[in-house]
Design a protein around this ligand. Structure first.
Ligand SMILES: Cc1cc2nc3c(=O)[nH]c(=O)nc-3n(C[C@H](O)[C@H](O)[C@H](O)COP(=O)(O)OP(=O)(O)OC[C@H]3O[C@@H](n4cnc5c(N)ncnc54)[C@H](O)[C@@H]3O)c2cc1C
Length: 384
């Protein structure tokens, strides 16, 4: 199908999924508008880990070098117990592992995607509430967990609270991290986890999860005090890292997902990318990566297929099974890493200790081995 329709493609939501989709489509010649309710593309979400599949998408989108120049290359991941004991160490930058991860400041990723768009593409401060009124050939719902586009498609699937809360913050890089500055460290306790990730060019991203009912605390200083208190006995320098979080800079999200496989990714001329279609627990660190994959696949099928219908049917067929499988895998990890009762957690820790790195790499291969589709061949030359 050729780009160049009279009405543009409208992308609702200017998060990573929406910006990447707009960029992928624009690179193929489509007219695109992104409607984002926020007044800036700030990428609120502290840091992000990008796996090789996500990095390949950035390459396909032409922004990989820009993102790499602002990222930390993560060559190893380790898992520790709350007291600091090493449970597992996995080298990520070895043959067969797919390549290292990138630790990025989320705002840097959003900025790199936004800067690559043609001027005027992004309409900030634009809230979409009546999807049917949008003047568009195709509406892409990139509007996250509580997507209005998904609602307009008649989806009855509500987000499910997964029984835990995540906190995230960026702090300045320290020189006394427990592992080298190219290492992602995740520490597991009972009903709680904490990650330390060098990101960007001088920051450390700290994320923490704890089993907790949904609901916000009344004030942010109470929130920060709660996190510091929950992790106060954990190994160094977790206390110092949490002490370095500036008041007002701690993000809290109750973790929700969409039941894997329940959401139809397209209906008529509406199609979903990213969390709008398949929000998942953050245990694989793949939500943004899958949104990037959606973007390049959607652009590819629109180019390759003769009609919108054929393209969107193919999009849903190619993306549905993959995102559902990863959503289920992330739920399984959540049950083990987050919700295991003490006896099970003890066995889990022993099992993690005994598992060789290559087995861990194989388990994550489902997510990381993915490659973007090759560009569609050019249309045949017309006879003069
Ligand atoms: C704790 C945690 C850690 C994570 N870590 C990672 C990680 O390391 N790696 C990774 O790949 N993923 C990670 N993720 C997942 C990742 O954050 C999400 O999957 C990703 O941000 C989804 O992007 P999106 O663009 O689909 O949705 P969103 O980021 O939610 O963007 C949706 C956008 O739509 C806008 N919007 C919503 N409604 C409207 C409307 N009506 N009108 C106009 N605009 C609207 C919003 O303002 C927003 O900008 C993590 C998630 C959590 C919770």
């Amino acid at each position: 199908m050729r780009a160049g329709t009279p009405n543009p493609v409208v992308v609702v939501g200017g998060g990573i999924g929406g910006l990447a989709t707009a960029l992928a489509l624009q690179r193929n010649g489509w007219a695109v508008r992104v409607l984002e309710r926020g007044t800036s593309v700030d990428g609120g979400g502290a840091g992000l880990v990008l796996s090789p599949n996500a990095v390949r998408c950035l390459e396909a989108l032409g922004v990989a070098e820009e993102v790499r120049s602002r990222a930390t290359v993560l060559r190893r991941s380790v898992v520790r117990q709350a007291g600091g004991r090493l449970l597992a160490r996995t080298d990520l930058d070895v043959p067969g592992a797919g390549g290292p991860l990138l630790g990025v400041v989320r705002a840097d990723l959003s900025a790199a995607l936004a800067a690559a768009l043609e001027p005027g593409t992004l309409r900030l401060g634009t809230v979409v509430d009546a999807v049917a009124d949008l003047d568009a050939e195709l509406v892409v719902g990139a509007d996250g967990l509580r997507s209005v586009v998904r609602g307009a498609m008649g989806s009855q699937t509500p987000p499910t609270h997964r029984g835990y809360t995540a906190w995230r913050a960026l702090v300045p890089r320290r020189s006394d991290l427990p592992d080298p500055a190219t290492t992602l460290t995740e520490t597991w306790g009972r009903g709680a986890r904490l990650g330390i990730v060098p990101v960007g060019t001088g920051s450390t991203y700290v994320y923490a999860c704890a089993t907790a009912p949904a609901g916000r605390r009344p004030d942010e200083s109470g929130e920060l005090a709660e996190v510091r208190n929950r992790f106060r006995d954990w190994h160094a320098p977790i206390g110092e890292l949490l002490a370095a979080v500036e008041p007002g800079m701690l993000l809290r999200h109750d973790v929700h997902d969409l039941t894997p496989g329940e959401v139809a990714l397209r209906r008529g001329r509406y199609v979903l990318v990213g969390d709008a279609g398949h929000a998942m627990e953050p245990n694989l660190g793949q939500g943004a990566g899958l949104a990037l994959e959606d973007a390049v696949v959607l652009a590819h099928v629109l180019d390759a297929e003769p009609t919108y219908d054929a393209a969107l049917v193919r999009y849903a067929r190619e993306r549905g099974p993959r995102v559902a499988a990863l959503g289920r895998q992330s739920r399984r990890i959540g049950r083990l890493a987050q919700h295991a009762p003490p006896a099970v957690a003890a066995v889990r820790d022993l099992a993690v200790r005994a598992t060789p790195g290559r087995v861990v790499r194989r388990a994550t291969g489902l997510a990381t081995d993915w490659h973007p589709p090759s560009p569609a061949p050019p249309p045949p030359e017309e006879n003069p």
